[in-house]
Design a protein around this ligand. Structure first.
Ligand code: ZN
Length: 226
């Protein structure tokens, strides 16, 4: 299938990175051409879905939340399994933090591509990054390139997966958000692994976020407003 229009679907988690990507897509494709999609995957912290809806609303783009509530049944990760606490150290066997949800990005991209296909949307935008990331193998450019190829083959389409943050540090991502006029929207984002507002300031996600803002010399609007 060849799509002639330039419509984009942004995977919006309600976090800092995907919100930056939303504004990147608006600048590149135009507000009217952009839709944001979230996944209700059974995450423990429902607050991020509220954040995503608010961010899309304020950005003036269409928004959809797809229910794919199956991850908790797989178990074992700290983001969906209520019996597992977030730990800062790495699993001795896998070398990954226990916030890694196996297959999550692959499944998100598959659903997003299917949703996009039905609406003749060619461009998918995701905020994954391999710099300063948490060691998640599904955030690497190699994984995303391979996934794009799989989606193209599997759906006989010319879908493109954009990763504007792939090689940016957290500092550079904050700078990009500033350039795109997305800083105000950061006040509505959610990053904390402990799911609290104001953020805990101590979990790995909070620490990484704080480092990025500090290095960019920008005050985090989330900290300022809550
Ligand atoms: Zn936190």
């Amino acid at each position: 299938m060849t799509v002639t229009g330039d419509k984009a679907l942004v995977l919006l988690s309600g976090g800092q990175d995907s919100t930056t990507c939303l504004y990147w897509a608006i600048e590149r494709f135009g507000r009217q051409a952009v839709t944001a999609i979230s996944f209700d995957y059974g995450q423990r912290h429902r607050i991020e879905l509220d954040c995503a809806a608010t961010i899309a609303d304020k950005a003036g783009v269409s928004y959809v939340c797809l229910p794919i509530n199956t991850f908790a049944a797989l178990g074992g990760d700290a983001l969906t399994d209520t019996g597992v606490d977030v730990r800062g150290d790495l699993d001795t066997e896998t070398g990954l933090p226990n916030t890694f949800v196996p297959g999550r990005n692959l499944i998100f991209l598959s659903f997003a591509a299917a949703y996009a296909y039905q609406r003749r949307i060619r461009h998918l935008v995701t905020g994954v990054a391999q710099t300063d990331y948490s060691g998640y193998p599904d955030c690497r450019s190699q994984t995303i390139e391979s996934m794009q190829e799989t989606l193209r083959l599997g759906m006989e389409s010319d879908v493109r997966v954009h990763t504007p943050l792939m090689h940016k540090s957290k500092k550079e991502t904050v700078e990009l958000a500033r350039e795109l006029g997305a800083l105000d929207a950061m006040a509505d984002t959610h990053t904390c692994y402990n799911g609290v507002r104001p953020p805990c300031g101590e979990c790995p996600a909070c620490l990484l976020r704080a480092k990025g803002f500090a290095e960019a010399g920008v005050e985090d609007p989330l900290i300022r407003t809550v």
